[in-house]
Each structure stands twice: as structure tokens, then as C-alpha cells.
Design a protein around this ligand. Structure first.
Ligand code: ZN
Length: 313
């Protein structure tokens, strides 16, 4: 599940720009949604390179986490119908990117969208997304009916299907509006894009994301959850806490080596020439390659982020 820059550009834009040319270059008609039962009453819906959807399905109806791209909304609806006839009751967005919020306008005709305050702000204003270097996209302001009707600052809980579905805000990770969603009874967590399996992650430092925030979020989740919890990544197959441990170790090691080079007065170009991230090159992908992740770390560590993150209990 790799995202090429073109496809990412499309996915970032598409939620807010239904007629943009990039959207038309992507052929959504061929996308097949794959439905997997994760654990308890939680399902995962995967569609090509779009963000994974988590769905709590039970006697009260459906709560979905993220809604992929607008052109896939009817396919998502059909896939949900294949699981239950019950209605969608709430939609929760893990963050504002268009491959996770593109279906908001469609689904909000059925049920309210819930998201952290900054998700609504970023959808409303549009603006730049990127790593502060070679990876950059522009997002246009979203239509009013795509904006989350309900927003929260720190956390919110939806009590349906016998589950306390809890969305917790983790600031300054993948973006400045990330929520991680817990399904404690089913023993499942949806990580949003704070955890992905496609290689070096995209950290949207232009939208308030940071390497330290991403590490903080993943470590707090690992510390809180039972060892057999099922993990839905923002992109990629169902994973485990051990998978997240390997991932967060990579994040810490790569951060530390760039931090050390910064302390030695090295420039970004010198770090690129020295191939500082070579020991982790297996994470280098089409979307975020070695140089792009080096830029991400450099820009995050030399930016204004202070590493003061929320305490969660
Ligand atoms: Zn994202």
C-alpha cells in the first residue's frame, strides 16, 4: 500500500475538491473494498491506498472511523450494508487529510462527524501539507457539509454497541489534530496515521506534525494497551503492539541520529550526502524515501516544536 506523490496529492485534495483534475486521474471505479473482521464487533475496510476505515458494528448501529475518498463513499456504504442493515450513527475522523475525511459530506447526511478541533479548522481553511521540504501539497478549503459538526479538545467517548469508543487527542504527531481511537471491549485500537506500515511515515510538519509527537503518541498507546490488542494502522494490514514497537524504535533511532548530527553542526545537505539513514533504508518508499524522511526529521527537530505533550490517563 504505497502512496505515490500524485496519488497522495489526489487524496489530500479530493475531499474538498470533487472536480479537481487530480481526482479524475485516479480511477476509483476499479477500487475494491476489502472487509475484515478485526476482533469483537470491530471491522476494518481497506480500499487501495486510502486510509483504513474502522467500524464498530452492533445492535445500536455503526460507528465508523475515517471515510476515505469521496468517490468511494457509495462503495463504503455498500460494504457496510454487507455487514449490517443498521444505520451509521457517528463518523469519527482521525485527522484532516483527504484520504481519511473525503467521505465526510456523503456520510454526514446520515450521521454527524466528530473530530478534534484542529481537524475542523484545517478542513475549513485549507492550506499546505508537507514535510517542509520536497513533499508538499495544497489543500483547498472543504465544503461546509464536509466539516465535522461535533468537535472536541482533549477526548470524546461514544457509548454505543456496548462499547465505550474513545477518541483521544495526541497533539503534534502526524498533524496537529490527530486522534487515536480505542475500542476497549473489542480490544482494538485505530491509530490513524500516527502508525502506518508503508515505510518511513509522512509527518505533516506543515500542519503542526512532529517526530517527537508521533513517538510520544505511539509510546503512550503501547504502554496503555494489553499485549494482544489488535492494531488498525492508518495504512496497511492489521498489526500488533510488537509491530508498533519496531516502528517506534525506528522513529527514535532515526530521530536520535539526526539530533546528534545537528549537535555537530551538520547541514541537511551534509546529512543527505553522508546517507545518514542508510541503516534504515528498508523503510525507504516511493512516497517517503530516505531523503524525504531526513528532511522531515531535520525540519521537525529544527522547528518550534517543544515536545510538551498531553498526559493521558
Ligand atoms: Zn494522513
Amino acid at each position: 500500500m504505497r502512496e505515490t506523490p500524485l496519488r497522495l496529492a489526489a487524496l489530500l485534495l479530493i475531499g474538498s475538491l470533487p472536480h479537481c483534475s487530480l481526482a479524475q486521474e485516479q480511477d476509483f471505479s476499479k477500487v475494491q473494498l476489502k472487509v475484515t473482521k478485526v476482533a469483537g464487533n470491530v471491522y476494518m475496510l481497506e480500499g487501495d491506498d486510502a486510509g483504513n476505515i474502522g467500524a464498530s458494528v452492533g445492535e445500536d448501529g455503526i460507528v465508523i472511523v475515517d471515510d476515505q475518498y469521496a468517490p468511494l463513499a457509495e462503495k463504503i456504504q455498500a460494504a457496510l450494508k454487507g455487514i449490517t442493515d443498521k444505520p451509521v450513527r457517528f463518523i469519527i475522523n482521525t485527522h484532516y487529510h483527504g484520504d481519511h475525511t473525503g467521505g465526510n459530506a456523503y456520510f454526514q447526511k446520515q450521521a454527524p462527524v466528530i473530530a478534534q478541533d484542529n481537524v475542523r479548522k484545517r478542513l475549513e481553511t485549507g492550506g499546505g501539507a508537507g514535510n517542509g521540504g520536497s513533499v508538499h501539497f495544497d489543500a483547498k478549503p472543504a465544503a461546509k457539509d464536509a466539516l465535522p459538526i461535533i468537535t472536541f479538545d482533549h477526548d470524546v467517548t461514544v457509548h454505543l454497541n456496548g462499547e465505550d469508543i474513545r477518541a483521544l487527542f495526541f497533539p503534534a504527531g502526524h498533524t496537529d489534530g490527530d486522534s487515536i481511537i480505542f475500542f476497549p471491549k473489542s480490544n482494538v485500537v485505530h491509530m490513524g496515521d500516527d502508525f502506518v506500515t508503508y515505510g518511513f511515515p509522512f509527518i505533516d510538519v506543515e500542519s503542526g506534525g512532529s517526530i517527537d509527537g508521533m513517538i510520544d503518541a505511539v509510546e503512550k498507546v503501547i504502554a496503555q494497551l494489553p499485549p494482544d490488542v489488535k492494531v488498525i494502522p492508518g495504512h496497511g494490514p492489521i498489526s500488533s503492539l510488537d509491530d508498533m514497537r519496531v516502528y517506534v524504535n525506528m522513529l527514535k533511532e532515526t530521530r536520535d541520529i539526526v539530533q546528534k548530527a545537528l549537535g555537530q553542526g551538520k547541514t541537511l545537505d551534509q546529512m543527505k550526502q553522508a546517507k545518514l539513514l542508510d541503516p534504515w533504508k528498508k523503510y525507504s518508499g516511493d512516497f517517503i524515501n530516505q531523503d524525504a524522511f531526513l528532511e522531515t526529521l531535520y525540519n521537525s527537530l529544527t522547528g518550534q516544536k517543544t515536545g510538551k505533550f498531553l498526559k493521558h490517563n
